[in-house]
Each structure stands twice: as C-alpha cells, then as structure tokens.
Design a protein around this ligand. Structure first.
Ligand code: NAG
Ligand code: NAG
Length: 124
C-alpha cells in the first residue's frame, strides 16, 4: 500500500508582501510560485475589507467575471498575476492567492495592497 510522502502534505505559504499604488493607477499583484510547481488550479481572493472571489484559473481557463467590487477592473494574466485598476482609495486591503499543483500540493501567498491619493505620502 502506497503512502503519501510527508512533504506532499505540507502547506507552503508566503505572507505579508506589501504593494503600494496610487489612486487611478493599475497594480500587478504578482503570483510567485515555487520552482517546478505545475499549477492545476489557482484562486485569487480578497480577504479584507470584504471576502470575495476575484479570479480563478480552472480547467485551463482564466476567469475574472465574478461579481466582486473589482468586476470590470480585474485582469488575470496567463502567468497568473492579477492586474487591478484603475484603482480607487477604497481598494486598499488584503489579498490571497491559492495554487494547487497536479499532485494536490498547495501554495498560498498573501499580500497587502495600499492605495494612496496622489500627492500624499503613502505611509501617512
Ligand atoms: C492585512 O495584512 C497585514 C500584513 O500581513 C496584516 O498585518 C494585517 O493584520 C492584515 N489585516 C487584516 C484586517 O487582516
Ligand atoms: C505576467 O504578465 C504580465 C502581463 O503580461 C506582465 O506585466 C508581468 O511582468 C508578467 N510577470 C509576472 C511575474 O507577473
């Protein structure tokens, strides 16, 4: 009887990347994946201030037509990076990307987007 190797059960994760962008600009949320990771499915979600599905790669197709607050302003690229824009100040928030590979291993990435008004210091 075959057993799953232990490493296949691990949940890999990177957290906390911060992305700064201006109101009116577009931003690219870059999908980082471990070397050799064969992506079967990928899901971009907004975690906060609202929790919603933004985009998905499933059965070979890219889908962004979810009724999220980014409807019409989100584009999922073939490299799985998600472009959002034009940005509004209310777009600041936390995002997460979950990828599943062909063996069922998962990879999660979270990032924090901070949208600032032109002319204002991003940290103020
Ligand atoms: C958003 O992400 C940042 C950085 O990881 C974290 O410090 C903060 O608590 C998160 N905010 C919420 C509301 O989850
Ligand atoms: C992914 O594709 C977009 C659009 O073609 C490009 O701007 C970006 O540099 C590419 N690479 C990554 C790592 O997102």
């Amino acid at each position: 009887m075959a057993m799953w190797p232990l490493w296949s059960l691990l949940l890999w994760e990177v957290t906390g990347a911060q992305v700064l962008s201006k109101v009116g600009d577009s931003v690219l949320l870059v999908a980082v994946r471990p070397p050799g990771f064969q992506v079967r499915e990928a899901i971009w979600r907004s975690l906060w201030p609202s929790e919603e599905l933004l985009a998905m790669f499933f059965q070979g197709s890219l889908e962004t037509l979810y009724h999220s607050r980014f409807l019409g302003r989100a584009q999922l690229h073939s490299n799985l990076s998600l472009e959002l824009g034009p940005l509004e100040s209310a777009d600041s928030g936390n995002f997460s990307m979950l990828m599943v590979d062909t063996r069922g291993q998962t990879w999660t990435q979270t990032l924090q987007l901070k949208v600032y008004e032109p002319g204002k210091h991003p940290e103020s």
